[in-house]
Structures are given as C-alpha cells and as structure tokens.
Design a protein around this ligand. Structure first.
Ligand code: ADP
Ligand code: MG
Length: 243
C-alpha cells in the first residue's frame, strides 16, 4: 500500500528524513514512535504529500510522489485516497457535525447530499456519536470532536489512514474512547500508520513498531520485540523514559 524508497528531506540544513525506506502492506498497522523532533510527523506528512521531499520516491497504492512536489495528478489521487487525523481536530467550527462529515464526499467525490448524509450517519454511529450529529464542534468534548474527525476522514472511503498523535491533545479520560474507535478500524482491516505515545495501545494494535531517531529508522519489528527486547541503545533509552 505504501512504499518509501531512500527518501531524504531537509528543512534548510536540517536533515529530517535520512534515507528512509519503508513498506506498509495492505491491512497492516504500523506505529511510529520516537522522541519529539525526531521526524515522525514529517514522515507521515510526506506520505500524503503535505510535505515535499528532496530525493527518493514514495508510492501510495500505485500512485507515485516525486521529489520537489513534482507529482502531478497522483498528488490529487493520493489526497482523496488517504485519510488523516491530526492532534488538533481541525473541524470546521461553523458546520454541524453531520456537515463536517458530508462536505468532502459531496464536494470532492460528487455524492448527492442524501447519499452523503446516509454515509455520515452510519459513520457517526460507528464511532459512537450518532446523537451529536446536529451539534457544532464547539459543543462537543475533545474526545467526541476527534471521533468526528475520524468519521470525516472515513467518509472519503480512504485506502490508508494516517494518524499524528490523535490523542495527545485530549484529557486523559477521553483518550480511551478515541483509541477504541481506532482499534475497531484496525480490526476491520484498515491500513494504518499511527504516530502515538500510547505504548499500551501500540503494543496491542500494531503489527509493526518503528522507532525513529534524528530522521532515521533505527529499529523496527513486532511490538513484543521492540518493546521487550530492543536491540538499539537509542530505542532502549527512549523506552526507558516513556514506559
Ligand atoms: P516529530 O513529529 O517527531 O516531533 P517533526 O517531524 O515535527 O518531529 O520535526 C522534525 C524536525 O524538523 C524538528 O527538528 C522540527 O523542529 C523540524 N521541523 C518540522 N517542521 C518544520 C518546518 N516547517 N520548518 C522547519 N523545521 C521544521
Ligand atoms: Mg510530531
């Protein structure tokens, strides 16, 4: 579903992605961990073309992204096939919950309003907030808003879902409800790349854990291996600090 080949990215002189090679299989759940500033967000933002890179290439479901944003139509295709959930929910504050979810399917996929509403209501039910459909984002808790953001992304029927610290802005008591919705999505077979500091969740849901340090993948493997017997000294010291 996703392949990165020798991807390099710089912010000025800062080498934030260093020869990143990574493949994600259909249905696989990959969790990316690492210290703040190690390049996790940059890595997943490159996958849907939110960041340009300077060398290497990235393929998503057969669509190729090229260096310096020279990707042409495949960028548009990738944007419609890849859903993303951010730390900040980024909902449209002036639209109801239902309208947040129907907007892109109507505007981008050309669905009728009736079709889009049907899909939206089913997805809002799936993430446990069917009863909030007529409210505005500001009237919802953080956990509810993040589940709206998830439903909104799913309404585009993505082939791949990217998550960048989806629970980091939430009060502790709301983290579980968002992770539950993500766990269900993983169980349904969605291909997912997830940046998170929720190590218990990572251990349980990830097929593979990737540890990033200073723009490099220094260790990867099944969660049991990475968490219980990490090989690299950097991974060991990171885990000692967060576990
Ligand atoms: P992480 O998500 O692991 O915390 P990021 O991918 O956000 O790390 O950032 C990696 C490095 O790139 C950090 O040193 C950060 O300060 C830098 N960086 C991120 N975005 C930009 C940007 N738009 N311009 C310049 N530097 C950036
Ligand atoms: Mg980040």
């Amino acid at each position: 579903m996703v392949r990165l080949d020798k991807v390099n990215k710089y912010f000025g002189s800062l080498h934030v992605m260093q020869d990143i090679d990574l493949e994600v299989a259909p249905g696989e759940v990959v969790v990316i961990i690492g210290a703040s500033g190690s390049g996790k967000s940059t890595l997943i933002r490159c996958v849907n073309g939110l960041e340009e890179f300077q060398s290497g290439h990235i393929t998503v479901d057969g669509n190729e992204l090229l260096p310096y944003g020279k990707s042409g139509r495949s960028l548009q295709t990738i944007r419609t096939e890849v859903g993303m959930v951010f730390q900040q929910f980024n909902l449209f504050p002036h639209l109801s919950v239902r309208d947040n979810v129907t907007l892109a399917p109507i505007k981008v996929r050309g669905l009728s309003r009736d079709q889009a509403v049907q899909i939206a209501d089913r997805l809002l039910d799936r993430v446990g907030i069917a009863d909030q459909a007529d409210k505005y984002p500001g009237q919802l808790s953080g956990g509810q808003q993040q589940r709206v953001a998830l439903a909104r992304a799913l309404a585009m029927e993505p082939r791949l879902m990217l998550f960048d610290e989806p629970t980091s802005a939430l009060d502790p008591e709301m983290i579980g409800e968002v992770l539950d919705a993500m766990r269900e999505l993983a169980n349904d077979g969605m291909t997912m790349m997830i940046v998170t500091h929720e190590m218990g969740f990572a251990r349980e849901v990830a097929d593979r854990v990737i540890f990033v340090h200073k723009g490099r993948i220094v260790e990867e493997g099944p969660p049991e291996t990475v968490f219980d017997s990490p090989e690299h000294e950097r991974t060991q010291s990171f885990l000692a600090r967060v576990l």
